[in-house]
Design a protein around this ligand. Structure first.
Ligand SMILES: [Zn+2]
Length: 322
């Protein structure tokens, strides 16, 4: 785990780089894959800082690797451009075959490498909603041109709905794929490693930037709050909670995060009751008292800052009665 001091140094270096990185896009050749050991046979792989404009603290989404005699089970697939580096990092852990991959959610920083891994013989697991989303034609590019068609190899082979967890018994570990209803997206999964006492929770929690609920992909504010409650029930006090981005946390860290969401929700609800428009709510800077505690909260994210994106989501969810 990074200490708070290390984290703030990374954040300020990343903030200084953000303007040039946004101007240039992502230079994948500059991204290194860093490995952290979580338990005797469980590892986390993260991209290096200061290269990916959307994720200044660590490029792309975090990958989990469970290694052992049964072969590799992995969580998430990172950007397609990084597959060779991810495989090289896995090879430094274990020479065994990569057999299983589960996606925490549909976003490209977690699924774009899927097709590359599938072509190596890896079986991909995910929620049905995630597979449906990947099977749809991608949205047009920003310049209006059609996006390149997705490789059908990217589609998960084993899918599941909102029932009990799918359990994999591999490498002496029991891995639970726990479906989460409409939180960060409409097809989220948490991955619990029972013996390692660790849960990869995906992106409905984040400590770099404000919460991102992707309502265009089926996410919802209510579902995100429910997912946070479910995480607090699933985790013990010392369970390692591993978000898709940012630093590792424990159950106690969920509480102030959830409180912040509920407080912002309350302020926005009050302004809606007063008939305020979205522009008026954004101008009121309702997150201001949290900005100092949310690294990356004022960095660009979509049309405005990550704070603007969060407040816009809260406003539209409340306006539509969700
Ligand atoms: Zn992500």
């Amino acid at each position: 785990m990074k200490s708070a001091m290390q984290f703030s140094l990374v954040v300020s270096a990343a903030a200084a780089l953000s303007v040039s990185a946004w101007a240039q896009g992502t230079d994948y050749s500059k991204i290194e894959i860093l490995t952290d050991k979580i338990a005797p046979n469980l590892y986390m792989l993260s991209g290096s800082a200061g290269v990916d404009p959307g994720h200044q603290d660590a490029a792309g989404g975090r990958i989990g690797v469970l290694a052992g005699p049964d072969g590799i089970f992995m969580v998430d697939a990172q950007y397609a451009q990084l597959t060779d580096k991810v495989v090289a990092a896995i090879r430094r852990i274990s020479p065994g075959p990569i057999r299983f991959l589960v996606n925490t959610h549909i976003h490209g920083d977690h699924t774009a490498g899927n097709a590359n891994f599938a072509k190596m013989g890896v079986t991909i697991f995910a929620r049905e909603e995630l597979r449906e989303g990947l099977a749809r034609p991608p949205a047009p590019l920003a310049n209006g041109n059609p996006a390149p068609a997705r490789d059908p190899a990217a589609l998960p082979v084993v899918t599941y709905g909102m029932g009990g967890p799918v359990k994999l018994h591999v490498n002496g570990e029991i891995v639970d794929l726990i479906p989460v209803r409409a939180a960060h997206t409409g097809g989220d999964t948490m991955i619990k490693f029972e013996n390692a006492d660790a849960i990869m929770i995906g992106d409905f929690y984040r400590n770099y930037g404000y919460p991102f609920i992707d309502t265009n992909n089926g996410g919802s504010l209510k579902g995100a709050l429910e997912a946070l409650d479910a995480t607090m029930k699933l985790a013990g006090p010392n369970t390692k909670l591993i978000p898709g981005h940012g630093t590792l946390i424990n159950r106690a860290d969920i509480v102030p995060y959830r409180d912040m969401i509920v407080a912002v929700q309350g302020k926005v609800q009050q302004m809606i009751a007063q008939g305020k428009t979205l522009q008026e709510v954004l101008a009121a800077k309702v997150t201001a008292s949290y900005d100092a505690k949310v690294p990356g909260g004022l960095l660009p994210a979509g049309a405005g800052t990550s704070a603007d994106r969060f407040v816009t989501m809260v406003y539209s969810q409340l306006k539509s009665g969700k």
